[in-house]
Write a protein that binds this ligand. Structure first.
Ligand SMILES: NC(=O)c1ccc[n+]([C@@H]2O[C@H](COP(=O)([O-])OP(=O)(O)OC[C@H]3O[C@@H](n4cnc5c(N)ncnc54)[C@H](O)[C@@H]3O)[C@@H](O)[C@H]2O)c1
Length: 254
């Protein structure tokens, strides 16, 4: 199995895209370090992986905490001796949903919370993983951004700003670390059926409005985004760095 000796960290893997990705990497034979702020949730995912013959550990991890990142990297190295892939997936949306969230309605506390988790969380992960990847001879960093980084109506306000930041910092890392055989790419999903979008899509009018403009006419399953992450983690994408893969059913070209 080509993934047999590879170690992959997936943040925010208690649910949604992260859970699908952790399971997919494990199924391919990778050793998975599944982390989330919800420990019970990520333990259930790891239990599921084990039942299917995969290898994974579950770690409690707040991505906005520098100390937590250090502990996660140390534990992954102690357990598996190397790390090859970091999938920065954990994320949250603004308190206010998409149609009402604007610069004016966003309070400072919510801005700080969203930026801390979504953007600082990715920065910290990259900062901690780079020395490990350099020592190990290279690796792949995959950051989950969003189409909200590209268009004005793709998400709530602070969320969109955080995803725009992820889009830029990915290219910065790709530029500066290519010579160490470290690749960095971002994924830009459109609407995915996860806990994050549940409330939006319970609103029938909004759901209709959001899917009407998607050429493929539907939302994505978490597995479809996990497949893109698997591609970016694998040697099949060996010449991709600083790239942004849009996985949105065609939403932003409509
Ligand atoms: N669902 C969508 O339509 C969509 C679209 C574009 C991008 N995304 C992005 O995909 C990623 C995954 O989201 P999802 O849709 O699977 O949502 P989700 O809510 O199902 O999963 C997010 C996970 O992140 C975890 N998390 C939240 N705060 C954390 C923290 N501080 N530290 C560690 N973990 C934390 C949650 O516990 C949860 O398990 C996010 O970055 C999100 O912004 C989602």
């Amino acid at each position: 199995m080509r993934w047999q000796d590879k170690v992959v960290i997936v943040t925010g893997s208690a649910s949604g895209i992260g859970a699908a990705a952790a399971k997919l990497f494990a199924l391919e034979g990778a050793k998975v370090v599944a982390t989330d702020i919800q420990l019970a949730g990520v333990q259930a995912v790891v239990e599921d992986i084990g039942k299917n013959g995969g290898e994974a550990i579950a770690l409690s991890h707040n991505v906005a905490s520098n100390a937590d990142w250090k502990a996660v990297i140390d534990r992954a190295m102690a357990e598996f001796g190397r790390i090859d892939v970091l999938l920065n997936n954990a994320g949250v949306a603004d308190k206010q949903p998409m149609p009402v969230s604007t610069a004016e309605t966003t309070d400072n506390e919510d801005w700080d919370r969203v930026i801390d988790i979504n953007l600082k969380g990715v920065f910290l992960g990259i900062k901690h993983i780079l020395p490990v990847l350099r020592t190990g001879g290279g690796g792949s960093i995959i950051n989950i951004s969003s189409i909200a980084a590209m268009v004005g109506n793709g998400g709530p306000f602070a969320y969109s700003a955080s995803k725009g930041g992820i889009r830029s910092l990915t290219k910065h890392v790709a530029f500066h670390y290519g010579r160490f055989n470290i690749r960095a790419n971002s994924i830009h999903p459109g609407g995915v059926k996860t806990a994050m979008t549940e409330a939006d899509f319970q609103n029938e009018d909004l759901a209709k409005q959001l899917t009407a403009t998607i050429p493929l006419g539907r939302l994505s399953e978490p597995q479809e985004i996990a497949n893109v992450a698997l591609f970016l983690a694998s040697d099949e994408s060996s010449y991709l760095t600083g790239a942004e893969l849009v996985a949105d059913g065609g939403a932003i070209i409509a």
